[in-house]
Design a binder for this molecule. Structure first.
Ligand code: ADP
Ligand code: ASP
Ligand code: MG
Length: 409
């Protein structure tokens, strides 16, 4: 008998029929002789709807109250799923994050899991129940409801699997697994059978939102092997696991895109110690998340600094920077909120040269202008005009033959 944690995302529980499908699937797994914990998300659209509702009440709702509100989405699904299981003759028990012993820090809307007490869930499993856990939510030590950031049910499932020492963790979603690129953007993208934690993490954090990036970080840290599969069929999925020797032979594992980015350029910054720090300290103090940063030093002792951030943060960033820049004579700020980021990811990059050149050449041949470039050991990212991002993804995907077979040179 194995202990299996399964997670069903918003689309997979998006209608009463789909909740019944989940109930059938978990019962089937139990009837095969296993103990099953099912982590469920809010029905698709529910979390977004709740956020919209809150904004109609207040332009600046408290994050603690947002958590109380958002947690209701998952709470609906656990009850409905347990009802569906019971209607099929099974024994379903619904538990909220708090009842499931998920304790977090107090950073509302993006809380971190501090501890999981597994006993209550073990007791329910031992008495023959399928346990349905509300994803995305936890509770502080002081008893306040928290949520784990968008897509956070993935984290609930991975952390739950670690705490219960589960034999298997399965993330069920609306595609067959992790693909070489979002199949909605690149229709001939292929399912990746096996991917390393590191590649999955880089893909997730550069826009492949099939997995929440914090959940992959957690899985890597605690060695939780997991698979991503389709809740509507029995097709094989993607196994996410430790890197092994054979993985390095693949240069590019996948391509990610991130839309809705903005770029700020500050021209003519005196090239002296302390100026970059003043700029970025001010942005950090305003809790703004900065992504790519590029600085060029001109011959006349002036530097140009460009950086990207989410376009929703652009207005706040400019108003934060205006007073800082006013103290630096001759400095000019310009902004562009129509950009997007494209990243190519693969651990094979460590041992292969010419990968960036190959990618830039493909974009150049397609007439796509590259604005900014950053690289890490296993990732190359560029920003391009938002209007050409889908084409750029298709071009880069094809140039690395990801629609055919992996490059193994
Ligand atoms: P869930 O509600 O199950 O958590 P998500 O919407 O969060 O599902 O994630 C699944 C979606 O992620 C897919 O429908 C797909 O459009 C998108 N996606 C983005 N990048 C990838 C990728 N590389 N592979 C697979 N799906 C991807
Ligand atoms: N319902 C939450 C969201 O939409 C959590 C999740 O689906 O994983 O972000
Ligand atoms: Mg998701």
């Amino acid at each position: 008998m194995a202990l299996i944690v399964q997670k069903y995302g918003g689309t997979s529980v998006g209608t009463p029929e789909r909740i019944k499908n989940v109930a059938r699937r978990v019962l089937e797994t139990q009837r095969e002789g296993h103990q099953v914990v099912a982590v469920v998300s809010a029905m698709s659209g529910v979390t977004d709807g709740l956020i919209k509702l809150a904004r109609e009440i207040s332009t600046d709702p408290s994050e603690a109250e947002m958590d109380v509100l958002l947690a209701t989405g998952e709470q609906q699904t656990i009850a409905l799923t347990a009802m569906a299981i019971n209607a099929l003759g099974g024994k379903g028990a619904s538990v909220t994050g708090a009842q499931a012993g998920i304790q977090t820090d107090g950073v509302h809307t993006k809380a971190r899991i501090a501890n999981i007490s597994p006993q209550h869930v073990h007791d329910l499993l031992d008495s023959g129940h399928v346990v349905i856990v509300a994803g995305f939510q936890g509770q502080t030590s002081g008893g306040r409801i928290t949520t784990l950031g968008r897509g956070g049910s993935d984290l609930t499932a991975i952390a739950r699997a670690a705490a219960l020492k589960a034999d298997l963790c399965q993330i069920f979603t609306d595609v067959d697994g992790v693909y070489t690129c979002d199949p909605r953007v690149v229709p001939d993208a292929r399912r990746i059978p096996v991917i390393s934690y590191e590649e999955m993490l880089e893909m997730a954090s550069s826009g492949s939102k099939v997995m929440q990036s914090r959940s992959v970080e957690f899985a890597k840290k605690f060695g939780v092997k997991f698979e991503v599969r389709n809740s509507m069929n029995a097709n094989p999925g993607t196994l996410v696991t430790e890197e092994d020797m054979s993985m390095e032979s693949v240069v590019i594992r996948g391509v990610s895109i991130e839309r809705d980015q903005a770029k700020i350029t500050i021209r003519g910054v005196p090239d002296q110690p302390g100026n970059a720090s003043q700029i970025f300290m001010a942005l950090a103090a305003a809790h703004l998340n900065i992504d790519m940063i590029v600085q060029n030093v001109g011959l006349d002792g002036k530097a140009n600094i460009s950086f990207t951030l989410h376009k929703n943060d652009l207005a706040k960033a400019t108003s934060t920077l205006n007073p800082v820049l006013a103290a630096l004579p001759g400095v000019l700020l310009s902004a562009d909120d129509g950009i997007a980021k494209l990243s190519a990811v693969g651990i094979g990059m460590r041992s292969h040269s010419g990968v960036a050149a190959h990618m830039f050449e493909a974009l150049g041949r397609a007439g796509i202008n590259i604005q900014m470039i950053t690289t890490s050991e296993i990732k190359i990212s560029v920003t391009v005009d938002q209007d050409v991002i889908a084409e750029a993804a298709r071009v880069v995907h094809k140039s690395f033959k990801l629609n055919e077979s992996f490059i193994t040179t």
